[in-house]
Design a protein. Structure first.
Length: 137
């Protein structure tokens, strides 16, 4: 499937996830909600790996593993903080602020991964941040 289709599927899934996770974290500790939802994610990834017949063990060494573990550390901090924020604040404020990771990731991709920068991307980044400010305030 085309990456844009996958991106739209991710958008729909994550859009539905956020208000449901917010409701859950109002009724149970945020870390318990994170445990359950992320266990489901891990089990789904494991099932997909098995169904596709991928040998995950071959990837558990070298530089890719270092990147993967580092990504896991940052993901853990980010997701646990996000769940905690959802448990304490409104979705309409927490999610736009959290969603600014899209800008942060874009900037890091440009700076560290040599992805192309254009005036349009720069304007998009500025407008996105302005939008986050307006929605969250």
């Amino acid at each position: 499937m085309n990456y844009l289709v996958w991106a739209v599927v991710a958008l729909v899934g994550y859009s539905a996830f956020v208000p449901l996770a917010s409701l859950a974290t109002k009724q149970m500790p945020s870390h318990v909600t994170a445990l359950v939802t992320n266990t489901m994610l891990a089990c789904s990834a494991l099932a997909l790996t098995v169904v596709r017949g991928d040998d995950a063990v071959e990837y558990l060494s070298g530089r890719p593993l270092v990147y993967t573990v580092a990504a896991g550390v940052f993901l853990s901090v980010g997701i646990l903080a996000y769940y905690r924020a959802l448990s304490q604040g409104p979705v309409s404020v927490v999610t736009p602020i959290y969603g600014s990771f899209l800008v942060g990731a874009s900037v890091l991709g440009i700076v560290f991964l040599d992805e192309p920068f254009s005036l349009a991307k720069g304007v998009g980044i500025v407008l996105t941040m302005a939008g986050v400010y307006l929605v969250a305030s």
